[in-house]
Design a binder for this molecule. Structure first.
Ligand code: C2E
Ligand code: MG
Ligand code: MG
Length: 599
């Protein structure tokens, strides 16, 4: 009991119970622990506070509550009764604004058993809720897993199906990679594979034959790719029938076929090559078009001509290109062709450089009117001033320029140069000389040929009526219709057309009447022979009369002596060109020549 507390007076005066009065609560607690006393009467908040501080919670039980009718009591002097209201108001205020609560919370509540019990309850509740939550989560998860499992097994099934499909596609793609899509024949990849397998075998011999169709892309350009494909299919069907025994046919590139025969004797292969060419040359009818093909065959022997795929294919190409160049049906590879091929490739390279470096120069050879001996015009003849080899004649580089298609940029330069030159000459001499330019047959069928001519004409500002284009009969071999269209377009500009080297071409004369031509240039081989025999003379005569019948002018090329000149006069040839009158001259010499001639 607190000494002098109000409680003490009640115990002493009213209840008369034995008690000890302590002036220090700690002494009372010590006595309680030592069982000297049984009970402590004290403010429960204070007691809880002390119990917790001294870590005695649970050992001493705070048991009795609400011993007093009020939790708080205060006393006021009887002299100041108005303080009662004041105190009550203040207490209400303290409770209302939370001061009491906060003091209680910070000094008593959190240290009390009630607090711990509440905490325990909360923990239990939390534990229970958590356990319950976890249980629910587990149930939900179990359900999700169950569903996923069933979905997964569906996916696994689908995956297996897709995998199967992919494998099928892979086989399909692999097949496609080894098959030519158009002809269905094994392609270059398959050939590479088969050759490498063959090389692994010892003591094997084989013959390889490559067939390439001439100007196939022109068929595609002229008739369209659909017709091109029909042609390739037809050819492959024909070739399939002539594959040698133990042989295989490949379609290595668009228009290139390779036969491999193992081992087979050369004679049989020669026979096969003939059959291949025959099949190739038989006309093909596709959508109302009659298409005629030609091609060259290259042959190599294994192991003589190469020990790996690349080497074999390179030499096969070389033999095939040689066949095409030399217009032979079949060419068997020889070592020297390899060197020639390298030389040609080198030539192509240096030609390309020469165009960039402008190493070309034009010579001009006068063409004279036979009646008057006046200058009609000049033929532009190109020369290559090689930095090491010096002046190179066209026969050395024109075939290579055509083969590499460098003739196209080269001719663009020739056109601009010669147009400018003739314009200057005609202005200077107040003349109307013509300029003849040799146009390669591969150039004239280019899509942009006419556009290029228009551009150069407008750039130079030359009147087109003084221009003559010299073309050879080979122009009409491939696509006669396209060539005719082009010639008409040129004629519409006012450009004149001459057939160069007339009489040496292979095509029939019947086309002459349908073509928009102006001149025939009789090849110098006829002029050379003209005075040798009457037969030769009458041959030249018939060419002249044929030309005149068609209302064309005749130009005799390569006139070297007076005898030829006299005979040509007799034949009423219109113009002559040759060393007798002048060799081709560079521009300065030509100006002197004109000056002398026109004095
Ligand atoms: P081509 O167009 O028939 O030119 C005539 C060739 O005969 C020229 O040879 C000329 O120099 C030569 N020639 C002229 N008169 C005589 C003669 O009396 N006797 C002999 N033996 N030859 C004579 P060139 O300049 O060597 O040209 C050869 C061929 O090269 C030309 O034959 C032509 O087909 C081609 N060529 C020349 N320049 C060009 C060109 O600028 N473009 C194209 N595409 N081809 C050209
Ligand atoms: Mg010519
Ligand atoms: Mg000629």
């Amino acid at each position: 009991m607190g000494k002098g507390y109000y409680t003490e007076s009640i115990l002493r005066d009213e209840l008369q119970i034995d008690y000890f009065a302590y002036s220090n609560i700690h002494d009372a607690i010590l006595d309680l622990q030592n069982k000297k006393i049984d009970v402590i009467f004290e403010n429960s908040y204070l007691i809880r506070n002390i119990l917790i501080k001294q870590n005695l919670s649970g050992m001493i039980i705070d048991n009795v509550s609400n011993l007093y009718p009020r939790e708080h009591a205060y006393a006021v002097s009887k002299d100041r009764p108005n303080l009662v209201d004041f105190m009550n108001n203040r207490i209400d205020e303290l409770q209302a604004n939370g001061t009491f609560e906060s003091i209680y919370q910070s000094y008593f509540y959190e240290h009390s058993n009630v607090y711990y019990e509440e905490l325990d309850r909360e923990r239990w509740a939390f534990g229970l809720i958590s356990a319950f939550g976890i249980l629910i989560i587990i149930i939900v998860l179990a359900e999700i897993i169950k569903r996923l499992k069933s979905k997964l097994s569906l996916k696994v099934y689908q995956l297996e199906e897709t995998n199967k499909e992919l494998q099928e596609k892979y086989i399909e793609i692999r097949t496609l990679a080894y098959i030519n899509m158009v002809t269905g024949l094994p392609n270059r990849n398959q050939l590479r594979h088969d050759i490498s397998e063959m090389i692994k075998e010892s003591h094997t011999k084989a013959v390889m034959m490559s067939v390439d169709i001439d100007h196939f892309n022109e068929i595609n350009d002229a008739f369209g790719h659909a017709i091109g494909d029909i042609v390739l299919k037809e050819i492959s069907e024909r070739f399939k029938k002539i594959v040698p025994p133990e042989g295989k046919l490949y379609n290595v590139n668009g228009e290139e076929f390779v036969f491999v025969g193992r081992p087979i004797n050369r004679e049989i292969f020669k026979q096969k090559a003939k059959e291949v060419i025959n099949e190739l040359r038989k006309p093909i009818f596709a959508s109302d078009n009659e298409i005629r093909l030609n091609g060259g065959i290259g042959v190599i022997l294994y192991p003589e001509h190469g020990c790996n795929f690349d080497e074999l294919m390179r030499n096969l190409d070389i033999a095939m290109m040689q066949a095409k160049r030399s217009k032979n049906e079949m060419v068997v590879f020889e070592e020297k062709m390899g060197h020639e091929f390298i030389e040609r490739t080198e030539l192509h390279k240096s030609l390309r450089l020469a165009i960039d470096n402008r190493e070309f120069v034009l010579y001009y050879q006068p063409i004279i009117e036979l009646d008057t001996h006046k200058i009609k015009g000049f033929e532009a003849l190109v020369r290559w001033i090689h930095p090491i080899k010096g002046l190179q004649a066209p026969s050395i580089f024109i075939p290579a320029a055509e083969e590499s298609r460098l003739i196209i940029p080269l001719t663009h330069w020739i056109l601009e140069e010669s147009f400018t030159f003739i314009k200057d000459i005609n202005e200077r001499f107040n003349s109307n000389y013509s300029i003849s330019i040799n146009i390669s047959s591969i150039h004239i069928i280019q899509d942009d040929f006419i556009d290029t001519i228009t551009q150069i004409l407008s750039k130079v500002g030359l009147n087109p009526t003084c221009i003559e284009f010299e073309i050879t009969e080979s122009v009409f071999l491939n696509d006669l219709d396209l060539a005719i269209t082009r010639l008409h377009q040129l004629q519409n500009f006012g450009i004149k057309i001459s057939i160069d080297d007339f009489g040496t071409g292979y095509s029939s004369l019947s086309y002459l009447k349908d073509l928009p031509l102006d001149n025939l240039k009789i090849d110098k081989s006829f002029i050379n022979a003209i005075q040798d025999s009457d037969k030769n003379l009458s041959l030249a005569e018939s060419i002249v009369s044929l030309g005149h019948t068609l209302q064309l002018k005749l130009v005799a090329e390569g006139v070297e002596n007076e005898a030829q000149l006299k005979l040509l006069e007799k034949l009423k040839c219109d113009y002559i060109q040759g060393y007798l009158l002048s060799k081709p001259l560079n521009s300065n010499d030509l100006i002197k020549y004109i000056q002398e001639k026109t004095q």
